[in-house]
Write a protein that binds this ligand. Structure first.
Ligand SMILES: Cc1ncc(COP(=O)(O)O)c(C=O)c1O
Length: 382
């Protein structure tokens, strides 16, 4: 069999991991020189940095002035857990899941909090139909399924006059997709995704209705200090101006600030969204006329523009999982795509991070390499 020659061009930056994601273009550690290291985060300089991070987050994401934004421990996981443990139990709960992170939240609510929740699951590649969901209950869902490459297309099916709260894990959506703030009562994300920041801290955004719940409802279970957002029945407002519950990494905060300023400099949210869309389109254009590879997302309007998941569809492939792993390994060995294998719990395939820090030219340059690696691997089966 004649093998394809290796493509002439290589991605300049081969970092296509879905988290931690690629740093912004031209990133260097020198950019963190202004971090107030060795200083108290409660000193004026530290507090000012934390407040600036909150304010820039609000400006870039267009979060309404009456919503609270807090920096919390434990990355996105910390933010989601804090919200679920503090808010759920006051009324019925619907848990929606279409991939492993959403399933993780289901496990926590059903097995740890032991709530009698309605659980709605869609298989990998599909999404739960929001028309079936009772939004008079509290609803927990993931905006973009990082491990399935499937996202909520918009918030149209979430009623404006719902009685329940919507709790949305937007970790691989925030900064790359438009989020309808009027439809989201709790929104969480981590810095390590679309802006290519560091792990460790999460962002928790609360609507006035979520705050009202926090101030009027006390869960039946104990809450560790790290989850507590109220004192004496009142919101601890300090958390939402940068007085963090415990000590943050000021290095990670500086890194987030650098990313936020880069985002603002290139044109803010519209520019970030456009970059992710252009990246995802570079993949879509490449696979459009191929009969051996396809997007895992079944409905095109639900296809992610950040964590683009691909599956091999060639019937000649004998062991799908081994094949996909071998292709990812070839890409890594050639230095053209690092960490591009599907998530461990997801169907076999590739996952190409297309978030806003990734350059479209790099995604485009990677595509012929995927074909090269596929053909090279197929040849070993002959
Ligand atoms: C949808 C989703 N939720 C939660 C997480 C967990 O995020 P973290 O590790 O930052 O807590 C991830 C990480 O990839 C994710 O993609």
């Amino acid at each position: 069999m004649t093998l394809l020659p290796t493509p002439a061009a290589r991605p300049v930056n081969p970092r296509f991991s879905s988290g931690p994601c690629s740093k912004l273009p031209g990133y260097s550690l020198d950019m963190l020189a202004d971090a107030p290291l060795g200083r108290s985060h409660r000193a004026a300089v530290g507090k000012a940095k934390l407040k600036e991070a909150i304010e820039l987050t609000r400006t870039i994401l267009g979060v309404p002035a009456e919503y609270r934004i807090g920096i919390v421990p434990g990355s996105d996981t910390g933010a989601v857990e804090m919200a679920m443990w503090s808010l759920l139990g006051a009324r019925g709960v619907e848990m929606l899941a279409w991939e492993s992170f959403g399933e993780g939240w289901v496990t926590d609510v059903v097995k740890q909090l032991k709530l009698d929740a309605t659980v709605r699951k869609a298989p990998y590649g599909e999404i739960v139909d929001f028309a079936d969901v009772d939004f008079n209950k509290d609803v927990v869902f993931t905006w973009n399924g990082t491990t399935s490459g499937v996202r909520v297309p918009n918030g149209d099916k979430i009623p404006a006059d719902r009685d329940g709260l919507t709790i949305c894990d937007a970790t691989s959506a925030a900064f790359a997709m438009d989020l309808p703030w009027d439809k989201l009562d709790v929104t969480t994300f981590s810095w390590q995704k679309v802006l290519g920041g560091e792990g460790a801290h999460g962002i928790l955004i609360l609507s006035p209705r979520a705050v009202e719940r926090l101030e009027s409802y006390t869960p039946a279970w104990p809450l560790p200090k790290i989850f507590r957002m109220t004192k004496g029945g009142k919101l601890i407002e300090g958390i939402f101006v940068g007085e963090t519950i415990n000590t943050p990494s000021m290095l990670a905060v500086e890194d987030y600030l650098v990313a936020l300023k880069w985002a603002q400099g290139i044109g803010g949210l519209p520019a970030l969204v456009a970059r992710a869309e252009a990246n995802a389109k570079a993949v879509a254009d490449f696979i459009a006329d191929k009969d051996w590879i396809a997007n895992l997302a079944v409905a095109p309007e639900t296809a992610s523009t950040t964590s683009v998941c691909l599956k091999f569809t060639d019937p000649a492939i004998k062991d799908g999982a081994a094949f996909a792993k071998a292709v990812a390994k070839r890409l890594e060995k050639e230095g053209v795509a690092l960490d591009a294998g599907a998530y461990r719990d997801a169907p076999a395939g590739l996952r190409i991070w297309c978030g806003s820090t990734v350059e479209t030219a790099d995604v485009a340059a990677l595509m012929p390499w995927i074909e090269w690696a596929y053909r090279a691997e197929l040849a070993t089966q002959a």
